[in-house]
Design a protein around this ligand. Structure first.
Ligand code: ATP
Length: 158
């Protein structure tokens, strides 16, 4: 029997953060009937830069406007596309993004829900290992930003 063909897909997404008096919060979206909490992301359109895709998908899926803060890295996973009888290798590029304005009630219908989580709760709520890897990285970067703020440097005020 011939092996299933392999399809390559590229997506981009983000960890949107905001500082609250209780600590940093990040936005997650629920999919699969609300059972799976994951990071907002989506397919890169033709001619689009990864950063543009990440900003667009985050805005659509979470209802939040955010600006790019840092590159987080990428994750790769495999899944089976049953309609095409192909194995799909997907790479998702993630960015850390600072929340500007907007409300998660304005999420689009691609997702079942969108909401803010304290970062530690987001780490527990997410289903996928790759999402947790990105959230751990974001957590470390946010710690550094807070330290910078406390030291009077270029950090951000909570
Ligand atoms: P996109 O949002 O990039 O346009 P999509 O909604 O078409 O993509 P995915 O979210 O990649 O598709 O989901 C395809 C399959 O991969 C699903 O079975 C899903 O459970 C699984 N999947 C999604 N995200 C991850 C992840 N971070 N790690 C492992 N498997 C994942």
């Amino acid at each position: 029997m011939k092996p299933a063909p392999v399809k390559i897909q590229t997506s981009a997404g983000g960890v949107v953060y905001r500082f609250t008096p209780k600590g940093p919060e990040v936005a997650l979206v629920a999919v699969k009937g609300g059972k799976v909490w994951t990071l907002p992301k989506g397919t890169v359109d033709k001619g689009e830069r990864l950063e543009q895709t990440a900003m667009r998908e985050v805005a659509e899926e979470t209802g939040l406007e955010a600006e790019l803060a840092d590159r987080l890295g990428e994750i790769t996973y495999w899944y089976y596309l049953s309609e095409e009888k192909a194995r799909c290798k997907k790479t998702v590029h993630f960015y850390l993004m600072r929340y500007i304005r907007g409300n998660t009630v304005d999420h689009d219908r691609e997702v079942d829900a969108a909401r803010w989580f304290p970062i530690e709760e987001a780490l527990k709520a997410t289903t996928y290992k790759g999402d947790r890897e990105m959230l751990e990285k974001a957590k470390e970067m946010l710690k550094r930003k807070l330290k910078g703020a406390a030291g009077g440097g270029h950090g951000e005020n909570p």
